[in-house]
Write a protein that binds this ligand. Structure first.
Ligand code: PEP
Length: 247
């Protein structure tokens, strides 16, 4: 059976001291020994967390990657640079990047392509805003966002991870109900099945205020293969409880 994947998104949080304590607590708590576990850390801490996670079974993730290969792109980090630090996963198209940095579906698709070319698994984030949900556009929005990545990445598409993150549930304490989440995951699975014979082996994660209390129920759904966890990933006890719910 496919192991579930629990990925923490630290966003722009952390310090050398705090990261050290957090990762050590996760290792002591057995993270990385059962289900798949990753931490997506701010770029300046990749080297630190690479060394803290070495040999632990916890994989290292980044939060963004440049859509360009190399050159005059001040402030960006390329997929080859991430690979130099042993990065295994990279978030692409997180709603905060789409919202605050104007990332388009085409840019997200190009980022996924760069990651794949470097041997990094892109975690492609899709999700609707509250206004889009209320207008009945949820399926249309997530299918459009995923279609761009499928179109650009062709036969490599089975190598991606998809994260369904309703924008209205991120950092708000509002979680999609298990039925709402499963319904969208099923739509995404059907879309992946049309693109690759390997769709059932792929991970579709749920993200949006996943916590110790709601994880088990969300993770029990047929098409929810793990979680992308923001706030709760910064609290070792909470993150460990979510990991425990996934094994
Ligand atoms: C996220 O940032 O991907 C996320 C899901 O955040 P939170 O868990 O805090 O809602």
């Amino acid at each position: 059976m496919k192991k579930k994947l629990i990925a923490g998104n630290w966003k722009m949080n952390g310090s050398l001291t705090a990261n050290d304590a957090l990762v050590r607590a996760l290792v002591t708590g057995g993270a990385g020994k059962g289900c798949l576990v990753a931490v997506c850390v701010p770029a300046p801490y990749l080297a630190q967390v690479q060394s803290l996670t070495a040999g632990t079974g916890i994989d290292l993730g980044a939060q963004d990657v440049s859509q360009h290969e190399v050159g005059a792109f001040t402030g960006e980090a390329s997929s080859a640079m991430l690979r130099d630090f042993g990065v295994r996963y990279c978030l692409v198209g997180h709603s905060e990047r789409r919202q605050y940095h104007g990332e388009t579906d085409a840019a997200v698709a190009a980022k996924a392509q760069r990651a794949l070319a470097a041997g990094i698994t892109p975690v492609v984030c899709v999700g609707e805003t509250l206004a889009e949900r209320e207008a009945g556009l949820t399926e249309e929005v997530v299918k459009r966002q995923l279609a761009a990545v499928i179109h650009t990445n062709g036969h490599c598409i089975s190598e991606i991870v998809v994260a369904y993150e309703p924008v209205w549930a991120i950092g708000t304490g509002k979680t999609a109900s298990t039925e709402q989440a499963q319904q969208v995951h099923a739509v995404l699975r059907t879309q992946l099945r049309a693109a690759t014979p390997h769709a059932d082996k792929m991970h579709i994660l749920y993200g949006g205020s996943m916590n110790a209390a709601n994880a088990a129920q969300l993770l029990s759904q047929a098409d929810i293969d793990g979680g992308l966890v923001g706030g709760a990933a910064l609290k070792p006890a909470d993150f460990l409880a979510i990991i425990a719910a996934a094994q």
